[in-house]
Design a binder for this molecule. Structure first.
Ligand code: ZN
Length: 314
């Protein structure tokens, strides 16, 4: 009965008709194989949301014991804090196995299957996003008074932001990615980028977490794959110097049907979870920085979020 709020009129009618005419049962299933508590508050109770998962690769290429974890999601909304998330999440050994296979093999997208990658594809993909980020991030750093000397990009894909970050801010740039094709492309096209060792798919681990601190960490599509977002945010904060800024870019896509996705927050929940770890949180959109974020009345315009580690008192 708790599901009613999320059902469309069509599925309501379908359920009622199937009850009246007895034509089969409602196929909505209740997840029974939750292997995790709420990643935010630890609560064990949740309202299940039926999800059909569509892996974008042939499940036969992965070991049988891993196949279930890909095809069988248990998504739900925490009954305590309201966070919509996957309750059947990959374990540490499963993440190691997945990252051993590599993300390029786990997609049917041909782009990740052969090298070189067509430049037109990369141009189309990035479009004018880098120029928009140049303006948006430039005004963010200016407004916050941050001089970005060391910038780390987690999940840089084909790295088109790197030349802009160097031109615009004169920064030293670092990167970590999950795709061997992307790493090769960046190594060949942007040799000034220092690619760091570590894992960012599912969880953050490896040497990049504990080096010299960064002024800026740009996080692109990492939290939505994370099996423990509060832990990932704490690790990101640890990588920032006092006064440093994390920019969450490409983290607003809610995609429960993607088996790699685990985290489907609302904007409000994103802001509130960031506030639990960082000292100041901003929403960024094409109009600029939104400092006063209302609890209600979200416009849905957010493009990115930024969060700040407060400078140490002098
Ligand atoms: Zn919760």
């Amino acid at each position: 009965m708790f599901l009613l709020g999320r059902l469309s009129l069509k599925s309501w009618l379908k359920s009622i008709l199937s009850l009246i005419f007895g034509k089969g049962r409602n196929q909505r299933s209740v997840p029974v194989k939750m292997n995790a508590l709420c990643m935010r508050c630890g609560c064990a109770e949740a309202f299940p949301i039926n999800t059909s998962v569509k892996p974008d690769f042939d499940l036969k290429i992965i070991p049988p014991d891993l196949r279930d974890a890909f095809s069988d999601h248990a998504d739900a909304i925490c009954s305590n804090c309201g966070l919509y998330q996957a309750y059947k999440r990959f374990s540490g050994p499963q993440i190691a196995m997945i990252n051993g296979i590599g993300k390029d093999a786990l997609t049917t997208d041909e782009i990740y299957h052969s090298y070189p990658v067509p430049e037109e594809f990369i141009n189309d993909w990035f479009g004018d996003s880098v120029e928009r980020q140049r303006r948006r991030w430039g005004s963010l750093f200016h407004e916050l008074g941050v001089t970005p000397k060391r910038i780390l990009v987690l999940r840089h894909w084909f790295g088109r932001q790197f030349p802009m970050l160097v031109e615009e801010f004169g920064a030293e740039v670092f990167g970590v990615d999950i795709s061997p094709i992307c790493n090769r492309y960046v190594a060949e096209h942007y040799p000034f980028v220092r690619q760091l060792a570590g894992t960012i798919n599912g969880e953050l681990s490896g040497p990049f977490l504990s080096g010299e601190p960064f002024d800026i960490v740009i996080v692109q599509h990492i939290l939505v794959h994370s099996v423990d977002v509060p832990k990932a945010l704490a690790a990101i904060r640890h990588m920032l110097r006092n006064g440093g800024v994390v920019v969450l870019s490409a983290e607003t896509k809610r995609a429960p049907s993607n088996p790699f996705h685990t985290f489907y927050p609302s904007e409000y929940q994103t802001v509130s979870m960031l506030s639990e770890v960082f000292d100041e949180v901003y929403k960024l959109d094409e109009q600029g920085i939104i400092r006063d974020i209302p609890i209600y009345g979200y416009s849905g315009r957010a493009t990115e979020f930024a969060a700040v580690v407060k400078p140490a008192a002098s």
